[in-house]
Write a protein that binds this ligand. Structure first.
Ligand code: AMP
Ligand code: DBH
Length: 549
């Protein structure tokens, strides 16, 4: 398909002002390391050590690098060129790690989709990144990604290449890729963009997050120290590997940087993970709060030996103190709270922190050069201990999203602080307690859902007159999504609306958990209320009514 249009390619950039570049280098945060550079070095130093375990596959560091060279050279031989962007959507398989390393080796730029994403999201990532290729697995759980690949190429013809891990059908098989190694480029500029991560999409569709070699490597190298990861560690990826938490906090990249072993669990539940923990002697794993509770409960009944676990990290959504106590009691290992974001800033409780800090706070920033401001609605600092908006800038926090001026104007201050959207309280010593958020997204067990995005899909239904999507407290998920819908002439059934949202090609986690029909939305005396106020009113009224019942 050589006549397909070339993708619209906006150059990739992530730049800090010169004085900050100088400061971060002088402090030793940015060391000029690159992904291909450190992966090659580990392959030489630890050639025969096992790097990645998943399914029946065990890749040594030497083999992982050889695979990266084969895949990278193979993609270049098929017509991709360094700088091209490649959407990657693979489950927790060694192939995922090998593909990403292969893209780095060839100077290609991964764009990370989650296995749960469907056509609407994947096409959005492909379009906004200007991708020319898509790499996926043949199927995962019950879903066939080759059919998604066909729809993707129809929707975004600039995606000229599709590579499939497994039975490739009409596409190119990952295993068949090969090409001359001489075509592989030299190592990239450490300050160039290495990949595009996906934002949780707090308003509307997800934005692309360009991260550089220097900044990202700093974040996981420094995380290794704070999470106790060294060469003897065994780090398990239980959440989707493409998520920023298991990728970088310290994540599988931190583990590979340390020369440790990465174990990929095919699923996040105890059934999949516990036997692997026992077999591989896993020492560290990161989970979202509902999973941590599930694991703690299952641990009391399991016959699998979990005694190798030293550190259980919990993050992605708020772990309330009572839940933290249950997790500690159930698993009996060290708990580490992790409050991070794909845009950068990551906070950890320290492994030697007193229990009360570990149970009641979301930790403090990785870096002495992470600058944190807690401000009121007018951007004025609030005193320590009071709740305010969290703003941050630092050596691994982006200064801009990819190609989105409007989002950048909203999300960054004039002096380069990122507006996280989180409401926090800062305690003496810099520890943060997350107290909610200023934006209207739903944090469903760590999966972020934009209210606006789902409202748009509901409004496209012929029998929906208006819709507002809000978060509701949920005992298991932490938060669930609830859509308040004013029906049109005929009232659709809730199941029909859910099927409608799913049918729009969206990840299943975005389908509203609950649908409540209402006759009208309140408006104030002034006239139309803002969507934010409306969502807040609906939520408060519904919860009050439930309480009264
Ligand atoms: P994302 O934009 O998808 O990378 O998600 C990052 C957001 O997840 C943060 O801005 C927080 O709102 C939320 N988050 C992550 N970790 C925690 C945590 N430990 N406690 C509370 N919220 C968290
Ligand atoms: O939720 C997140 O995005 C997140 C949580 C913990 C994250 O990006 C991270 C650690 O790096």
């Amino acid at each position: 398909m050589t006549d397909a249009p070339a993708p619209q390619r906006v150059p990739l950039r992530q730049t800090w002002p010169d004085e900050f570049v100088a400061r971060y280098r002088a402090a030793g945060h940015w060391r000029g390391e690159t992904f291909p550079g450190f992966l090659r070095a580990r392959a030489h130093a630890f050639a025969d050590d096992v790097a990645v375990v998943g399914g029946e596959t065990r890749l040594t560091y030497g083999r992982l690098w050889a695979e990266a060279e084969r895949i990278g050279a193979g993609l270049l031989a098929r017509g991709l060129a360094p700088g091209d962007r490649v959407v990657v959507q693979l489950g927790n398989l060694p192939a995922f790690v090998a593909v990403v390393c292969g893209l780095f080796r060839a100077g290609l730029v991964p764009v990370y989709a989650l296995p749960a994403h469907r056509l609407t999201e994947v096409a959005h990532f492909a379009r906004t990144s200007g991708a020319s290729a898509y790499v996926c697995g043949e199927r995962y759980e019950t879903f066939d990604y080759r059919s998604l690949a066909r729809e993707l190429q129809a929707a975004v013809p600039a995606v000229r290449h599709v590579v499939v891990a497994g039975d490739a059908g009409e596409f190119v098989a990952l295993d068949a890729l090969d090409g001359p190694r001489e075509a592989l480029p030299g190592d990239p500029d450490p300050q160039s963009v290495a990949f595009l991560q996906i934002s949780g999409g707090s308003t509307g569709l997800s934005k692309l997050i360009p991260r550089t070699h220097d900044d990202y490597i700093y974040s996981f190298r420094a995380s290794n120290d704070l999470c106790g990861i060294g060469r003897d560690s065994v780090y398990m990826v239980a959440l989707p590997a493409a998520h920023n938490f298991p990728m970088s906090s310290p994540g599988f990249f931190g583990a590979l940087y340390a020369g440790a072993r990465v174990v990929l669990s095919p699923g996040p539940g105890p059934d999949a993970a516990f036997p692997l923990i026992a077999r591989e002697r896993v020492t560290c794993v990161g989970l979202v709060p509902p999973l941590a509770l599930l694991w703690a409960d299952a641990a009391s009944r399991t016959t699998h030996d979990l005694s190798s676990l030293q550190v259980l990290q919990v993050g992605g959504a708020k772990l309330v103190p009572e839940a933290a106590r249950r997790v500690v009691a159930g698993l009996g290992c060290r708990l580490q709270q992790v409050f991070g974001m794909a845009e950068g800033l990551v906070n950890y409780t320290r492994l030697d922190d007193p229990d009360d800090l570990v149970l009641t706070t979301q930790g403090r920033p990785i870096s002495p050069d992470d600058e944190v401001r807690v401000v009121d609605d007018q951007d004025r600092p609030v005193p320590d201990g009071e709740v305010g908006h969290l703003l941050t800038r630092g050596p691994y926090t982006i200064r801009a999203y990819h190609d989105d001026d409007a989002a950048n104007a909203r999300a960054f201050t004039d002096d380069g602080f990122y507006r996280t959207g989180d409401m926090v309280q800062r305690l003496p010593g810099g520890y943060l307690v997350v107290q909610g958020r200023a934006t209207d997204h739903i944090n469903r067990a760590g999966e972020k859902i934009s209210a606006e995005e789902i409202e748009d899909h509901l409004l496209a239904h012929p029998q929906v007159f208006d819709a507002a999507v809000v978060s509701m407290p949920d005992d298991f998920l932490g938060e669930r999504s609830c859509a308040f819908v004013i029906p049109g002439d005929a009232r659709p059934r809730p199941a029909e609306l859910k099927a409608w949202v799913r049918g729009r090609g969206l990840a299943a986690f975005k389908v509203p958990d609950q649908i409540v029909f209402v006759d009208a939305f309140e408006t104030t005396a002034v006239g139309k209320v803002s969507r934010r106020e409306l969502r807040a009113q609906l939520r408060a009224r519904f919860l009050a009514e439930q309480e009264a019942r």
